[in-house]
Design a protein around this ligand. Structure first.
Ligand SMILES: [Zn+2]
Length: 170
C-alpha cells in the first residue's frame, strides 16, 4: 500500500498511473492523492488518453449489460407473473374437478343404497330373478354415475394433463 502513496517519475510513473486506471481505481486514488495521479494525468497526455479510453470502455461495458439487465428483469418478472397466474388457474381448476368428483362420490354414496333398496323391493314385488333387477340397477343407476364420473374425470384430465379416463374404460 505504501507503493500507492505517490507517483515517481519516468516510466514507473506511467505504469503505476495506468495500473490504477486499469484497476478502475483512478478516481479513488486521484481523490486521495491529488498530487499523484491527477498531477501526472494533468501533465501526461498519453496517460490522459489511456484514462479516457478506459473510462469509455468501462461506461460502454456498464451501459450495455444494464440495458440488457432491465429488459431481462422485466421479461423475467412478466414470465414469473404469467406462470403464477397459470398455476393459480390450474389450482382452481383442480379444486373444481376435485370438488365435482367429491360431490358425485358423496351423492352416489348417499343415494346408491336407497336406489338399491328400491330396486330390490321392486324385484321382490314383481318376483323377478335377482340378476334381472341387479342388472337393471346397474344400467339405470351405476351407469349414469360412472358416465358422470368419467365426464368429470375427462374434464379433469383435459385440464390437469393426467389420464385417468382410459383406466376405467367404457
Ligand atoms: Zn503517463
Amino acid at each position: 500500500m505504501t507503493r500507492d502513496s505517490g507517483l515517481g517519475s519516468g516510466k514507473d510513473a506511467h505504469e503505476q498511473a495506468r495500473g490504477w486506471i486499469a484497476l478502475g481505481r483512478a478516481k479513488e486514488v486521484g481523490e486521495s492523492q491529488p498530487n499523484g495521479l491527477q498531477a501526472h494525468l494533468a501533465e501526461c497526455a498519453e496517460c490522459r488518453d489511456y484514462a479516457e479510453a478506459a473510462e469509455r470502455v468501462v461506461s460502454a461495458l456498464r451501459s450495455v449489460p444494464l440495458a440488457a439487465d432491465s429488459r431481462l428483469v422485466r421479461t423475467t418478472q412478466m414470465r414469473v407473473r404469467a406462470r403464477a397466474q397459470q398455476l393459480q388457474q390450474r389450482q382452481q381448476r383442480l379444486i373444481f374437478v376435485a370438488a365435482s368428483c367429491a360431490l358425485v362420490a358423496v351423492s352416489a354414496a348417499l343415494t346408491t343404497p336407497l336406489i338399491w333398496q328400491g330396486f330390490e323391493y321392486l324385484g321382490l314385488r314383481t318376483q323377478l330373478p335377482s340378476l334381472v333387477w341387479q342388472v337393471g340397477f346397474v344400467l339405470f343407476w351405476i351407469a349414469p354415475t360412472v358416465a358422470a364420473s368419467l365426464l368429470f374425470l375427462g374434464h379433469g384430465t383435459h385440464l390437469s394433463g393426467s389420464s385417468n379416463g382410459s383406466a376405467l374404460g367404457e
